[in-house]
Write a protein that binds this ligand. Structure first.
Ligand code: PLP
Length: 373
């Protein structure tokens, strides 16, 4: 059983999709009422239901997480320099460049994969206006440490929470930290609406401002109050989100089982580290990162190639670091000496496939490829 060949490619993730026939009645409603976008009934309902499910006060839906990040920074009028992590998906920093903001990279804590608050203060300059940390793999940042520094220096905090749908820290939603948090509902995420995203905020006034910014800056039919953008989520995506939300507990439950099976089977493999999830976190099991260290007979890239040769498409998230890409690497904060922990982790990490439909036989075949060397 264990060494059964893998018959079709297995990717790092595979979206959870409800039965198609369950989506048809939603489409029928859209066809009947002819509201396709612009804050229609499904959009409003999804905002309400998601805020309730996530345990957050206000939520504004977006067409994707990148537009939500860009709009989050616009809404707080962030300018100058923003302190962030190089160990993330490139959209984290790109959304700053699109706003004319300079990202300043600070190293990560190698145990959490998240920005190291102890190194933030040294990166603050008179131009710094905000900190934009990432809850990498859905593991909460040191929110207390970050927010202490932000309060001392009068900085805003926007969390890139693209990976952190449903995650709790110390018993409450991690999305309630900072001034704003940004989610992604991209197809690869735990909760997906094909494409989609959201900004979480704390009060109705901020939500109204964000809602106007995502709708070209319109405050009402004839008043434009800001140079806004088109960031709206369509009714099809919102309707799909409502159906997905009905299934989310099952999705998270299956992910937990896959996570547990990997941990049980891989934790004794010499040179393979399965970083533990902190006890204060209720996780969403969005990724299964392992670190391939010198005690393992293969290098990280050799293991990556070996898995690929068997049709297993594990991913090296996050290699290369954002700070290695051409538009960033000339910046002083992008120097490798400035981000040694992020460099070292990016050369060791491999994210193994994790998704609800990963069946135990296929998972055991992946485990066997990692174990039997
Ligand atoms: C950390 C992080 N930030 C931002 C994004 C951008 O989100 P989207 O693809 O919805 O634009 C992603 C994922 O795609 C991400 O992983």
């Amino acid at each position: 059983m264990k060494n059964d060949p893998i018959s079709k490619p297995v990717y790092v993730t595979q979206p959870a999709l409800p039965p198609l026939e369950e989506f048809i009645p939603y489409l029928q409603q859209i066809w009947d009422n002819k509201m396709l976008t612009n804050g229609g009934p499904f959009h409003q309902q999804l905002e309400t239901e998601l805020a309730r499910y996530l345990g957050v006060p206000y939520l504004s839906l977006f067409a994707n997480g990148t537009l939500a990040l860009m709009t989050a920074m616009q809404s707080l009028r962030i300018t100058g320099e923003v302190i962030t992590t190089p160990y993330s998906f490139v959209a984290t920093a790109h959304s700053m460049l699109w706003n004319g903001i300079k990202p300043v990279f600070v190293d990560i804590d190698p145990d959490t994969f998240n920005i190291d608050p102890r190194q933030i203060e040294a990166a603050i300059t008179p131009q710094t206006t905000a900190i934009l940390p990432v809850h990498c793999y859905g593991r909460p940042c040191d929110v207390e440490g970050i927010e202490r520094i932000a309060a001392n220096y009068g900085l805003k905090v926007i969390y890139d929470a693209a990976h952190a749908f449903g995650v709790q820290h110390e018993g409450t939603s991690v999305l309630n930290h900072g001034d704003l948090s940004v989610l992604s509902f991209h197809a690869t995420k735990v909760f997906n609406t094909f494409e989609g995203g959201a900004i979480i905020c704390k009060d109705a006034r901020t939500k109204r401002h964000i809602d106007s910014l995502k709708n070209f800056g319109f405050a009402d039919e004839v008043t434009v109050v800001a140079p806004g953008i088109n960031g709206k989520m369509s009714e099809i995506n919102a309707a799909f989100g409502l159906l997905q939300l009905q299934k989310i507990d099952g999705v998270l439950g299956r992910r937990a089982e896959v996570d547990a099976r990997y941990r049980a089977a891989l934790s004794d493999v010499r040179g393979i580290v399965c970083p533990a999830i902190p006890a204060s976190t209720r996780p969403n099991y969005s990724y299964f990162p392992v670190l391939v260290q010198p005690g393992y007979p293969l290098s990280r890239d050799e293991l990556y190639d070996k898995l690929r040769a068997s049709g297993i498409f594990a991913r090296r998230y996050f290699y290369p670091l954002i700070s290695e890409f051409p538009m960033y690497r000339g910046m002083p904060s992008a120097k490798r000496e400035n981000v040694p922990n992020a460099m070292s982790v990016s050369l060791q990490v491999l994210c193994l496939p994790i998704f609800p439909d990963l069946d135990p036989v296929t998972q055991d075949a992946i485990i066997a490829l990692v174990r039997d060397i």
